[in-house]
Design a binder for this molecule. Structure first.
Ligand SMILES: NC(=O)c1ccc[n+]([C@@H]2O[C@H](COP(=O)([O-])OP(=O)(O)OC[C@H]3O[C@@H](n4cnc5c(N)ncnc54)[C@H](OP(=O)(O)O)[C@@H]3O)[C@@H](O)[C@H]2O)c1
Length: 294
């Protein structure tokens, strides 16, 4: 039996989309599912906020935790699966406890774009690191599940999670800034739209590279954010932060001289690995709504 989206499933409490791990991305996905009228359920490890308590133990063959899960057409796994065996255990655990629908379940797994390592452009069809633990688990999921697809996500941002707040963690020294090339991101709202698009137009055995179709230059962003902070209303930024931002601004200027960069952003060829994220959006006939981070 092929299950079409939003058709009812057999079984009590059946849902169209089941989120295994309603974490940060679900702050965007749950409201979208509500607005779109997509029947859904979600888990957390604790069962907070009315979610189903569910913990996947990747080492255990015990299928009893899966009995708490409703029948679902699409299952989104947000937490990482790694290496050999974990994906098989998850799929077989759900199948053993939901035999009536097991053959029709489609899985979506969130992944990371760092599995693509080439120092140039890469898209969803580019070679990736097949020895990467997450890539191994994703490949296994796409092999063992009736249908599975992976969304490899660039840096997640949106709401309170803003890339400019990553600067002090990422740029700890002038040398750290020198080493920084491109930044790729995707907004939580576009991740949510992508999940819904994939749920409605499923692409079995396909790993997609998800970004907002921008290549950001860390030097350009750092300089822009430093100027914004230094230009903020007097008293709104601490003296310590002002000093840090002045250092960042000076480092960018010095590096531009040392590396003979005439202007920002740097030429794309100089920022290293670049992601071409057009494929998913083109295939689905939708485009990112968020971009041009500030
Ligand atoms: N952060 C980034 O910039 C970034 C970039 C690219 C890709 N990613 C990937 O995107 C995904 C993260 O999505 P997100 O931000 O929505 O995740 P998140 O906020 O970390 O939430 C993960 C969810 O999974 C649940 N969970 C964790 N381990 C579990 C287990 N063993 N069994 C059952 N549930 C479990 C957590 O439960 P509790 O709520 O109870 O903790 C939580 O609800 C990850 O795969 C991450 O590697 C992240």
């Amino acid at each position: 039996m092929i299950v079409h989206h939003d058709e009812p499933l057999p079984g009590q409490g059946a849902v169209s989309l089941l989120i295994l791990g309603a974490g940060w991305t679900s702050t965007f996905l749950l409201p979208l599912l509500q607005r779109e009228g997509i029947n859904h359920a979600a888990t957390t490890t604790t069962g907070r906020d009315g979610t189903i308590p569910f913990i996947f133990d990747p080492e255990s063959e015990d299928t009893s935790p899966f009995t708490a899960l409703p029948p679902a057409k699409t299952i989104l796994i947000t937490f990482p699966l790694k290496g050999t065996g974990q994906s098989s255990r998850l799929v077989s655990g759900y199948a053993a406890t939901h035999p009536d629908i097991a053959q029709d379940v489609r899985y979506i797994q969130f992944g990371v774009t760092s599995i693509w390592k080439a120092e140039d452009w890469q898209d969803e069809n580019s070679p990736y690191d097949t020895s990467n633990a997450r890539a191994i688990a994703e490949d296994e999921l796409m092999r063992v599940a009736p249908a599975a697809s992976v969304l490899s996500l660039a840096g997640l941002y949106g709401g309170a999670r803003q890339p400019r707040n990553w600067v002090h963690r990422v740029i700890t020294s002038k040398e750290a800034l020198r080493a920084k090339g491109a930044l790729h991101v995707i907004h939580g709202e576009d991740v949510a739209r992508a999940v819904v698009a994939l749920h409605r137009n499923f692409t079995p055995k396909k790993r997609w590279l998800m970004c907002d179709m921008h290549v950001y230059d860390w030097w350009d962003l750092t300089e822009d954010w430093a100027r914004q902070t230094l230009g903020a209303e007097e008293g709104s930024v601490s003296a310590e932060e002002v000093e840090k931002q002045k250092d960042l601004l000076a480092w960018v200027g010095e590096l531009m001289m040392e590396e003979n960069i005439r202007a920002l952003p740097r030429d794309m060829k100089l920022v290293g690995r670049r992601l071409d994220g057009r494929g998913f959006w083109q295939h689905m006939g939708i485009w990112p709504t968020q971009g041009r981070i500030r």
